[in-house]
Design a protein around this ligand. Structure first.
Ligand SMILES: [Zn+2]
Length: 370
């Protein structure tokens, strides 16, 4: 830069530098209009990129230079101060942003993508002719909710499965008979009695009752997830050990209430995780049903107990919740695995859950009345 020449005034970095020779005169090296013009040039050149415009520029003497304040408006409001002096001096933050072309003060906010949804059920679906898109979606959602909860809470993956859903009884009966397989008479007998859902190994079936008007979607989702849970049990111990040949038989896999209760309890947790209801709501419902019933867990160990008890699944779920309280939920399958190895269910129950079956029956009676 040429000493003593106003033409040597330059924007150096973030500041104006004036000729050192002028300082000896103890007068500002630039006139006030020149100082203002220099800053105005910077602001004009750079500030538009920031969406700013100049409202006012003023200059006050400061030693051998000028303090120039450019008041701007726009996305960022405020005054930007330049020191037009002999040596580079720091700009205030707004001036620094303008002089550098207004880079963002922080990285622009990136939209936070929702965490990828965990995989749902590995299911192949067959839908009856009457199902709407929304009904099909509800079926998928119920099985997906179950698959996700069973993975996260129990470390269990649903097996590859097929799912059938029908609003037509005739279509359902034909498909059920052909695919379970069983006789059309058996199929019709099962589904004509108001059966809502049913699980056979690696198969989930939802019938016309699942779709009845007025059924809350949270209830429908729970039932779908419940049937899917049975597939996990079948994988461990098989369907036969969970079945009975008479109303008063306790399954080889242990009390009816526990086999159904585990499915009911974890299915509800899946629906809560799905956001369709709250745990407080469902727990209040279980408690209300359990208090309204006099059937003990001994009675509810058989299919007859289920048939003779109002809202038995609520009682099952509450009992399962108490059984697993403060314990690892995976014990549900530890218990089944013991039976699958040949352990008698009373022994498997005591060993797995830390109290005898009889002790737990009494514990539950005290709990439900408490
Ligand atoms: Zn069930």
């Amino acid at each position: 830069m040429a000493r003593g020449s106003l033409a040597a005034t330059a924007l150096l970095g973030l500041c104006f530098v004036v000729p050192t020779a002028s300082a000896r005169t103890e007068r500002p090296a630039l006139t006030k209009p020149q100082a203002i013009a220099a800053v105005r040039a910077v602001v004009r050149a750079k500030a538009s990129a920031c969406g700013l415009r100049i409202v006012r520029i003023t200059a006050t003497r400061s030693g051998s230079g000028w303090h120039v304040a450019a008041t701007t408006s726009g996305r960022t409001t405020g005054a930007s101060r330049w020191s037009v002096v002999r040596k580079p001096a720091p700009l205030n933050p707004l001036a620094r942003r303008i002089a550098s072309g207004c880079p963002p003060t922080k990285p622009p906010p990136q939209p936070i993508p929702p965490p990828p949804l965990a995989p749902g059920a590995p299911a192949t679906y067959t839908f009856g002719s009457g199902l709407s898109t929304a009904q099909q979606e509800l079926v998928r959602r119920g099985l997906d909710a179950g698959a996700r909860l069973y993975r996260s809470a129990l470390g269990r993956e649903l097996p590859e499965l097929r799912a059938w859903a029908y609003t037509s009884l005739d279509e359902l009966v034909a498909a059920y008979a052909a695919n379970v397989p069983t006789s059309p008479e058996n199929a019709r007998a099962l589904w004509s009695g108001g059966q809502v859902g049913h699980a056979t190994p690696r198969q989930v079936w939802l019938g016309p009752a699942w779709f009845i008007a007025g059924r809350p979607s949270s209830d429908a989702l729970k039932i779908a997830a419940h049937e899917a849970f049975h597939l996990l049990q079948y994988e461990v111990i098989g369907q036969r050990a969970m079945s009975v040949s008479g109303l008063d038989q306790v399954p080889q896999a242990g009390p009816w209430w526990l086999l159904e209760g585990a499915a009911e309890y974890f299915a509800y947790l899946a629906v809560v995780a799905d956001g369709s209801t709250t745990f407080a709501n469902v727990h209040a419902q279980w408690t209300s049903s359990a208090r309204a019933s006099t059937a003990t867990l001994v009675t509810l160990s058989t299919l007859r107990g289920q048939r003779e008890t109002p809202r038995p699944y609520d009682v099952y779920a509450l009992a399962t919740e108490l059984l697993l309280r403060d314990r690892d939920p995976k014990l549900t399958f530890t218990y089944l695995e013991a039976i699958a190895r040949g352990v008698e269910w009373h022994e498997a129950f005591s060993t797995t859950f830390g109290r005898s079956f009889e002790a737990f029956v009494a514990e539950f009676e005290a709990y439900r009345r408490g």
